[in-house]
Write a protein that binds this ligand. Structure first.
Ligand code: ZN
Length: 290
């Protein structure tokens, strides 16, 4: 296994490393190419799907990282980070026809991720967290993501595996857990599928907590205030509440934090999403400790 942690990135340097997909994809004009993706989801035959050259190139790049086991390269590729984050159930919901380029990329590279690759990725994250935690911060505590918590009255209306927490636009968002930032994107723009790796999530942060093997995903931010590979403790500010993302940016949606927690199941090597009620219970339990 190749591990190439970026050890010269101190936890205080969080200003210049916010990633956008634009950093990695050179626009290739409107030229559509036919690109054979294989293997697709288990048991299926190789499919031929139309996509633009930039998307095809991004898939090839991620495929190479997986095949060559370049674990040190993963965090530079937001779509690959996302493919390693989502549960199988969430990926199935991204099946064609794809609404945007990032979904097409994530859906295409997910089947290439083996259990071994995911396990080594988790091990690598644990190692980088340790290496980058030179201040020996205590990463075991947990806290609320917002100063004021307001649950949606009809919890299951929007999400099964996520929760929406409504609050004032611009309110600070805090990391619920200690851990390492694996994705931090700014610059989401409506109608620009390349602005971030999630056209729906908008400006998004994902933090991995090695203590509970969980990934915490915060979406629709006005702006994110951390950078990848930064090591945080719970309660540190990671951004502001906003309404970026395809649906959240529509009129009437209101400022809210979209929160997901996906746990890596060591036993079967899969990602398991906490359901909306488990998320609510977790937040209520944290409220009692405040
Ligand atoms: Zn949501």
């Amino acid at each position: 296994m190749e591990i190439v942690p970026n050890s010269n990135n101190s936890s205080t340097d969080r200003t210049n490393k916010n990633l956008t997909r634009r950093d990695f994809v050179k626009k290739a004009g409107a030229s559509a190419v036919v690109f054979a993706i294989e293997p697709m989801l288990s048991g299926e035959e190789a499919e031929t799907i139309k996509m633009n050259e930039a998307t095809a190139e991004e898939i090839r790049k991620c495929k190479k990282i997986i095949e060559n086991e370049q674990y040190g390269e993963i965090l530079k590729n937001p779509c690959l980070v996302s493919a390693l984050y989502y549960s199988k159930h969430a990926i199935e919901k991204m099946a064609p026809p794809h609404k945007n380029d990032p979904e097409q990329i994530i859906w295409s590279i997910y089947p290439l991720v083996t259990k071994k690759f995911r396990e080594n990725y988790i091990n690598t994250l644990e190692k980088i967290t340790l290496d980058n935690n030179s201040e020996q911060k205590n990463l075991t505590t947990q806290s609320l993501p917002l100063d004021t918590i307001t649950f949606d009255k009809n919890l299951k209306r929007n999400h099964l595996d996520a929760i929406d927490l409504f609050t004032e636009e611009g309110s600070p968002i805090y990391s619920m857990s200690g851990g390492i930032v694996v994705l931090a994107e700014n610059g989401w723009k409506r109608g620009d599928a390349e602005s971030t790796s999630s056209e729906h999530g908008g400006n998004t942060v994902i933090i991995f907590n090695p203590n509970d093997n969980s990934f915490y995903r915060y979406a629709h931010m006005q702006e994110t205030g951390v950078s990848t590979e930064a090591v945080l403790i719970s309660g540190e500010k990671i951004g502001k509440v906003g309404h970026t993302g395809l649906n959240a940016s529509k009129p009437g949606h209101g400022g809210h934090l979209h929160l997901e927690i996906n746990k890596y199941d060591k036993k079967d090597g899969e990602m398991m999403a906490l359901d909306v009620f488990a998320l609510k219970r977790k937040i209520e339990a944290l409220e009692k400790t405040q």
